[in-house]
Each structure stands twice: as structure tokens, then as C-alpha cells.
Design a protein around this ligand. Structure first.
Ligand code: PMP
Length: 411
């Protein structure tokens, strides 16, 4: 492991009555909090007090934790000095917020490989989509062509696929979008926990990500980006704090992050998210990428020795990828394999359609597949455990009978 995470030594009970160390291969869904983040949360918890409008000492501390968190997050993504940093519930919330601020005269363009969080908010407004091509290059060309047709004011693209881990060239896509007078928003829910972002260097207009995939607790996410659309857009959460003045039947809305953060904010969540970014920034980038790259390669190599297993990719060529591997076991329902790996080998991984129905359909996987994903607490023996479990399944079959209960396979 590169940094200790909570639950790194959790016991998992197996169906035969024994217990093994739990192997978490589901970092892409939610990453366990870093030990350092947990310690930090404990240290600031006593200062729990209302922010902004409280004059007391604890309120001052709480307010400075919250406002400092904005600066820390802006630094983490390499943001511009005037970028707004708005705290939200998660990536989904951030992208919905932005959707309420995109000027109505243009269309939003997106690829068909997106997570639903970066697709459904755009469906509610004028939009167009493009099918990702066979290669990253051809996909960029297809986006360029669509943007050249005109009328698009925002390109919404993921930094890394939550299904396959493949990374998109966001700097290059930003250049293409800008050449046609459009802006770009990057859904960095998967990218931010695995790669350094450089919003100002890559000229990214907006970036969104979630704390719970970045080794912080649930409940806090962020949207960072250019303030003009955000200051003119519909307030995301109308309420206390989001206003300049209020009369009984009219309002003058605030500008800046406050406009969208009505109600009491999630101070602890924002501070924990910011602290997690500081811990991650302290890691050597080379170690960080080598760690997950080695695990991913070891898993893909091991899977390629199993003829019954198919690894799924979006692009036909090898591309840069984060620690995510998507696969199926021929002849077995993905949900059944996931249930078996949990009950008989103590492994947690993801099965299903990963909130990316259009992509799964296009990959020929309408009933879903399996996803193993790595993070800072992952180890080489996690890969061995998964490969061992799959080998056992393929040669011996299931050790017990499984039935479907409430839509999931159970022993
Ligand atoms: N985008 C991507 C690429 C994701 O992987 C996810 C989470 N699976 C989301 C958006 C949504 O994140 P959240 O559930 O935290 O809003």
C-alpha cells in the first residue's frame, strides 16, 4: 500500500466458516478514507459550529476551515486565482449545478461513454452526443467535427472512464473545444484520485469530483471553474446564505460560491476532502502511478492466461489508464461471479452496468460485466487473491448453490 486507509485489515467471513483479510477491489466506487483524513476529522470535530454568520470562537475556526478548504482544493486542481470553488454533495450534484448555469443559447456536447452523472443533466437541456470511435485520436477528430458544425457552448467529457479506466486527453480536448468557441467541463470523479490535474495549464474551464472516491468520507464534492456562468446561473440551492438582500416577494442573489451553497454547508466534509487532497499531493507522482500501473498490468496479464475471461476496453489501442480493469467470465452472469468471489474468497468488486448504460450496450454487454479497481491501499496479493478465485471458479465451478434474492445473487 502507498498510504494507509481505514479498513485495510478488515476481516471477511467466508461461507465455509473461516475468515480472511477482506480484499477491496472497488476503489472506483468509493475509496476508504485515509487514516490521516480520519485523524484530521477527529481533530477538527470539536470546533463544530455554524459558519459565516456565527461570531463565536468556534464559528470563526469552522468558517476558516471551510474557506481554507476552497483554497486547498483550488491548489490541488491547479486552478486559476479567480476560479470559483463551490462545495456540493458529490460529482452528480456539481454537474447538475453547472447544468443550471450553462447559457441557454448553446448546446452541450458529450460522448456516449459517459457515466450517467455526466449525461443525464445535459439531457434536460439542448444537447448532442457523439459515439466514441475506435481510438482516442479518432474520437478527438469526431468531437472536433461535431464542434465545427457550430452551436455548442460546452463539451462535457470524463477524465477517465469509470467502466474501463481509460484516460481521455483532456488538455487536447480543451484546445479543440476552445478552437470552436466552446468551453469544457471535465468529470474528474475517476481521474482526480489517480492523476494530477492542471486546470489552468490544460485550460480546463470546469472540473467536478467527489470526496468519497478521493479517500475522504461521503457527502462532499466540488465544482471548480470560471466564475462568470456560475455567477449568472440559477442558484443551485435557494436559501439562507445564497442572497444579498431579501424582501418578502423578491430577492437579490449573492455571487460567488455562496450563490449556490444555500443552507448550512457540509463543513466537515469540505475540510476532509481538502485534507485528502493535501495528503495525495504529498505523494510522489512516480510512486503513485507506478503502484496502480503495476497492479493493473499484473491483473491484466493474469486474466490473459485465462481463456474463459474477456477483458473489455473502449479503445482498440493501449491507452493511458487508471487502476480499473473490466472483464467477464464466459458462461457466468457477472452478478453471480461477484457473489461467489465475496462469499468464497472475501473479495469485494463491482458488477453491473456501472451507471453507463449506453456504453455497456455498445460494448455488447447489455447485462453487465465485472470491474476490479485499485487505490492507495491496494496490494499485489489482492491481485493474486482475485486471480486465484477466478481460477478456482473456472476449474471447480461454484462451491455452493446461489439464488437470486431481491435482484442479487446470494448463496
Ligand atoms: N462520474 C464518474 C466517472 C463516476 O465514476 C461517478 C461515480 N461512480 C460519478 C460521476 C458520480 O459520482 P457521485 O456518485 O459521487 O456523484
Amino acid at each position: 500500500p502507498l498510504a494507509p486507509v481505514l479498513g485495510g485489515e478488515l476481516p471477511a467471513p467466508l461461507i465455509d466458516g473461516t475468515t480472511v483479510r477482506y480484499v477491496n477491489l472497488d476503489y472506483a466506487a468509493s475509496a476508504p478514507a485515509l487514516q490521516e483524513v480520519s485523524d484530521y476529522v477527529q481533530s477538527v470535530l470539536p470546533y463544530y459550529a455554524s459558519v459565516h454568520r456565527g461570531a463565536g470562537y468556534a464559528s470563526q475556526i469552522s468558517t476558516s476551515l471551510y474557506e481554507n478548504a476552497r483554497r486547498i482544493v483550488r491548489d490541488f486542481v491547479g486552478g486559476r486565482a479567480d476560479d470559483a470553488v463551490i462545495f456540493t454533495r458529490n460529482t452528480t450534484d456539481s454537474l447538475n449545478l453547472l447544468a443550471g448555469c450553462v447559457p441557454s443559447e448553446g448546446e452541450v456536447l458529450y460522448l456516449d461513454l459517459e457515466h450517467h452523472a455526466n449525461l443525464l443533466p445535459w439531457l434536460q437541456r439542448p444537447h448532442r452526443s457523439v459515439t466514441a470511435a475506435d481510438t482516442v485520436d479518432a474520437t478527438a477528430v469526431a468531437l472536433d467535427r461535431e464542434l465545427a458544425a457550430g452551436g455548442i457552448n460546452l463539451l462535457a467529457v470524463t477524465g477517465a472512464s469509470n467502466v474501463t479506466g481509460e484516460v481521455l486527453p483532456i488538455g487536447r480536448l480543451a484546445e479543440i473545444a476552445h478552437a470552436h468557441g466552446a468551453r469544457i467541463v471535465v468529470d474528474a470523479a475517476q481521474l482526480a484520485p489517480h492523476r494530477r490535474l492542471d486546470v489552468s495549464g490544460d485550460e480546463i474551464d470546469y472540473v467536478a469530483f467527489s470526496g468519497h472516491k478521493l479517500y475522504a468520507p461521503y457527502g462532499a464534492g466540488v465544482l471548480v471553474g470560471r466564475p462568470d456562468w456560475l455567477d449568472a446561473g440559477t442558484p443551485h440551492l435557494a436559501g439562507g446564505g445564497a442572497v444579498k438582500t431579501v424582501r418578502v416577494d423578491s430577492v437579490s442573489w449573492a455571487t460567488g460560491p455562496a450563490r449556490h451553497e444555500g443552507g448550512s454547508p457540509n463543513v466537515l466534509g469540505a475540510a476532509a476532502l481538502a485534507h485528502a487532497t493535501q495528503v495525495i499531493s504529498g505523494l510522489s507522482e512516480a510512486d503513485w502511478q507506478r503502484h496502480e500501473g503495476e497492479l493493473r498490468t499484473a491483473l491484466i496479464d493474469g486474466l490473459s492466461d485465462l481463456p474463459e475471461v474477456t477483458v473489455h476496453r473502449i479503445f482498440s489501442e493501449e491507452t493511458d489508464a487508471i487502476g480499473v480493469v473490466n472483464f467477464s467470465v464466459n458462461g457466468y452472469d457477472a452478478g453471480l461471479v461477484a457473489a461467489y468471489l465475496s462469499a468464497e474468497h472475501g473479495i469485494g468488486l463491482r458488477d453491473g452496468k456501472f451507471c453507463a448504460h449506453p456504453l455497456l450496450k455498445r460494448l455488447g454487454l447489455p447485462s453487465g460485466s465485472l470491474r476490479a479497481s485499485f487505490g492507495l491501499g491496494s496490494r499485489q496479493d489482492d491481485v493474486e487473491r482475485l486471480l486465484g478465485g477466478l481460477r478456482a471458479l473456472i476449474s471447480n465451478g461454484l462451491g455452493t448453490d446461489y439464488v437470486v434474492d431481491q435482484g442479487r445473487w446470494v448463496p
